[in-house]
Design a protein around this ligand. Sequence first.
Ligand SMILES: Cc1cc2nc3c(=O)[nH]c(=O)nc-3n(C[C@H](O)[C@H](O)[C@H](O)COP(=O)(O)OP(=O)(O)OC[C@H]3O[C@@H](n4cnc5c(N)ncnc54)[C@H](O)[C@@H]3O)c2cc1C
Length: 458
Amino acid sequence: MSHKTRLLILGAGPTGLGAAMRAEALGLDWLILEAAPGPGGLAASFVDEQGFTWDLGGHVQFSHYPEFDRVMDAALGSRGWLTHERESWVRFRDRWVPYPFQSNLHRLSAEDCGRCLAGLRAAPGGTPRSFGDWMDRAFGEGISELFMRPYNFKVWGFPPEAMDCGWVGDRVAAPEMDTVLRAIETGEDNRSWGPNATFRFPKRGGTGAVWRAVAGGLPPERFRYSEGAVAVDPAGRAVRTRRGKDIQYDALISTVPLDSLARMCPCVPTAGAADRLRYTSTHVVGLGLNGQPPDALRGKCWMYFPGANSPYYRVTVFSHYSPHNVPKPGEQWSLMAEISETVHKPVDADTLLRETVRGLREDGLLPEETEILSTAHRFLPRGYPVPFLGRDQVVDPLLRAFETSGIYSRGRFGAWKYEVSNQDHSFMQGRECVDRIHTGGGPECEPTLHNPLSVNRR
Ligand SMILES: Cc1cc2nc3c(=O)[nH]c(=O)nc-3n(C[C@H](O)[C@H](O)[C@H](O)COP(=O)(O)OP(=O)(O)OC[C@H]3O[C@@H](n4cnc5c(N)ncnc54)[C@H](O)[C@@H]3O)c2cc1C
């Protein structure tokens, strides 16, 4: 059976839904094929058998775009959101250090503080060659060795010398000596930094509720769930689905991972280069717990863990995001840990839950006596698109080659640009791409993809 549509979208995650909303507003003929049974992609949520709600990793909503904010407001209504002040912390040795670590050295032991300060004073600055070089140049030996390098290896699972640093922009706070010294003098914490000093979260249903609502506001007949694409024929402008249907299109927006897309249409020039793309996989481990969190966790949203004693790099007190993330609000609470896996950093999935619980006990997050009511483990084959050295030399020609064939690969793994891969960026990539296709314009129509720094400075 064959079907002809003007704009075909692969994937109903934030990027695909951003594209769909725009296409609908412009009155275009569009259709989404989604491999999963529902919308949301990596920003979906699920409820486990015991009734605990989980995201696929700790998702918080913040935005660089008024347009995205309006869509979020409309999706859940003003009463559908809870707003939080970010309380993020670093667990360092046996101490809690407010995030960002580099601005709160007064929380360290005198010896560690002295080492970090001496390194910071001697930090050479200058133009870095890699992410690793950037850490050393910007922060100096102490902060780099004690926190930056161990923490970032836990997140990325890649040698920092093999990673680029063009993406750090607004994501990693550069320390200002005055601020650091003032904190040491006064003992006052520096807590507020960056684009997500406050954030909001859906009252019910986890982050996935947003994307279910966005999809629910669009005509249902334009969605085909559980119908993934398996092959793309750029010459014939047709996609074959898992059920063996062929769907023709004038333009195709793909949000599937770029290397998967390349495998689906290997005839596109340079498609073989997609094998050089690097990514992390992510394990998400959720623990549904009885009683109340320990005092040490009061008010904390999420915490970073550079230590080698635990498998996770980040833990979220997920019940703090919304009381409805647990089945009995006020009587239960929940923790969610994220663990990365790469070729350089293998993970034993069989022992991961045990190791996570052990680490949480050792780090003081999970008292011995706390009853574990529920455990949830999800493996995300693609978690983070790694900004490896030479990434743009691989990605940009690939994207251009696909565009020449009428295929626009966009989104977190569609465009593989970590610096513009959050929900707001992804949604806007989809939206801007439809505007480009509709107007017949060029890259200037897509500032998120082509001018990430200016977008992130907003
Ligand atoms: C651990 C973690 C933490 C995160 N934290 C945050 C956060 O705090 N804040 C934030 O804003 N963002 C966060 N993100 C990022 C957020 O999840 C992404 O921005 C967003 O999901 C990307 O949307 P997308 O549509 O580009 O890709 P995806 O969400 O990956 O959607 C792609 C869709 O394509 C579908 N698909 C795949 N193959 C096919 C096929 N062959 N045919 C049809 N469909 C297919 C998939 O099923 C999926 O639904 C986080 C991500 C992770 C992994």
